[in-house]
Design a protein around this ligand. Structure first.
Ligand code: TXA
Ligand code: MG
Length: 314
């Protein structure tokens, strides 16, 4: 089925109360009509996601926030002007009680305006904002290809729209405006530095870095099968073990490993972000004894890459 037919069918499914997986510029998402509680419940079931980990409302027009966002603080508006449509999620004070399930009863609601055209067309054609989460089983790394969604969710979803590999491959940065000061709940595709160039210093949630599980905050550790350690934690590679290497750039000692995934041949952080989750999935599927990962430079999107590596590390 052609892409435009897939888009049309996905929107029909969502309008009819079904759940559809589709690409955004960050990762693939699984979405339901934001006004359909049964469909939202199915998103949680399909992902095996705890009910207290809320979804993100995806819009394709700023006016779609009106029914459930109480107010847009001035600094939030500045970030909207600068980064929307784009890879930034804002948690804003919410009004309508009927968003309880989606916001897990939290005082805020997460909103995002994706820049990906397929996502925008599906939201527009479905006639309402779409409540989504990353289209993976809870605990897995986010999907960046339609095949990852099939692997994780298979028949649990009504359609998977295939838009190819995600352009960015890293989830959105999440900034909360529930408290007096803006707080980064999770580092993501928009680097903290770029956020602070617009609104000045922001707080960083204590869960953002150590990826511990905290209801309504960032996801917890990934539950991949293979133990992963950082290269700086290992003096000597253990002999007679099948070890995979996840490296930022090409390495000279590749021969010492059973498998090597290089995130960027040229050492480009954006390319590394694009390849990260697919590389982790490939290594994790090889039934290795261990994965050794190298941290990347902690600048720009590298902050988010290292945050996700921390979630995958043992
Ligand atoms: O790129 C992305 O952000 C992708 C796609 C779906 O847009 N989203 C994503 O979704 O990674 P998910 O569900 O895996 O992560 C959403 C994060 C969760 O950590 C959740 O706790 C947080 O957003 N969140 C959602 N609503 C919130 C709220 N009302 N207050 C605080 N945190 C919230
Ligand atoms: Mg997720």
């Amino acid at each position: 089925m052609g892409l435009s037919d897939q888009i049309r069918q996905a929107a029909e499914i969502i309008r009819a109360g079904g759940i559809a997986a589709f690409p955004t510029e960050t990762v693939y998402v699984l979405g339901a009509d934001v006004y359909n509680r049964k469909a939202i419940a199915r998103v949680f079931e399909a992902k095996k996601r705890p009910k207290f980990d809320p979804l993100i409302v995806h819009i394709a027009d700023l006016s779609q926030m009106q029914p459930f966002v109480q107010e847009i603080p001035q600094k939030a508006q500045q970030l909207i002007n600068r980064f929307w449509p784009g890879a930034l999620t804002l948690v804003l004070p919410r009004k309508a009680p009927y968003h309880d399930m989606m916001s897990a009863g939290l005082s805020g609601v997460a909103v995002r305006f994706p820049s990906n055209m397929i996502a925008q067309e599906i939201i527009r054609a479905s006639g309402a904002p779409i409540a989504v989460a990353s289209a993976n089983v809870f605990g897995n790394v986010s999907p960046t290809m339609a095949s990852h969604v099939q692997d994780d969710l298979g028949q649990a979803v009504d359609i998977v729209v295939d838009g190819g590999a995600s352009e960015i491959g890293m989830e959105t940065t999440i900034i909360s405006f529930i408290d007096e000061y803006p707080v980064m709940l999770r580092p993501g595709a928009v680097p903290q530095k770029e956020i602070e160039e617009v609104i000045g210093p922001i707080c960083v949630s204590e869960t953002a870095g150590n990826a511990s599980f905290f209801p309504g905050m960032s996801d917890h550790h990934y539950t991949q099968r293979t133990v992963m350690l950082f290269s700086d934690q290992i003096e000597q590679l253990p002999k007679n073990l099948e070890i995979g290497l996840l490296s930022f750039k090409p390495v000279a000692d590749a021969g010492d490993y059973a498998a090597v995934e290089v995130l960027s041949a040229t050492g480009d952080l954006n390319e590394a972000a694009r390849n990260l989750f697919a590389a982790l999935r490939r290594l994790d599927a090889m039934d290795l004894d261990m994965i050794v990962a190298q941290k990347v430079p902690d600048t720009g999107i590298g902050e988010a890459i290292n945050d996700r590596l921390m979630r995958a590390a043992f």
